[in-house]
Design a protein around this ligand. Structure first.
Ligand code: ZN
Length: 116
């Protein structure tokens, strides 16, 4: 799952970021205050049983139906669905963050179009 969770040291908010390519993403920034002081939240889901069940459901192959990893709009649709499942846990502005990430991804893939 390409959704990473951080605790922002700047505004103390919990933020969820969609990161498809960690190697090319660069330094994550808080969508709320722009701070780069983000502390990665690890294994949060393992501590909560109900969350665990929910994530199991999300990890079910059927929830990936129609997902084409090479198609940014398809990934965006899927990620928003994930965001809805996570509800408040995904944080404010999650959809906007997905849109922005996908826009960047689409710009990147446009650059590589001549390779195909
Ligand atoms: Zn912040």
């Amino acid at each position: 799952m390409p959704i990473y969770e951080y605790l922002c040291q700047g505004c103390q908010r919990k933020v969820s970021l969609l990161i498809l390519n960690p190697s090319t993403y660069g330094r994550p920034k808080c969508p709320s205050c722009g701070s780069a002081e983000l502390e990665r939240i690890m294994s949060r889901f393992r501590t909560l049983r109900s969350e665990e069940k929910r994530m199991e459901k999300l990890a079910d192959p059927s929830s990936f139906t129609g997902l084409d990893e090479n198609d940014p709009s398809s990934v965006a649709k899927w990620a928003k669905k994930m965001g809805k499942e996570l509800g408040d846990e995904a944080g404010e502005g999650f959809d906007e963050m997905v849109d922005q990430t996908m826009e960047e991804e689409m710009n990147k893939s446009n650059d590589g179009e001549s390779l195909e």
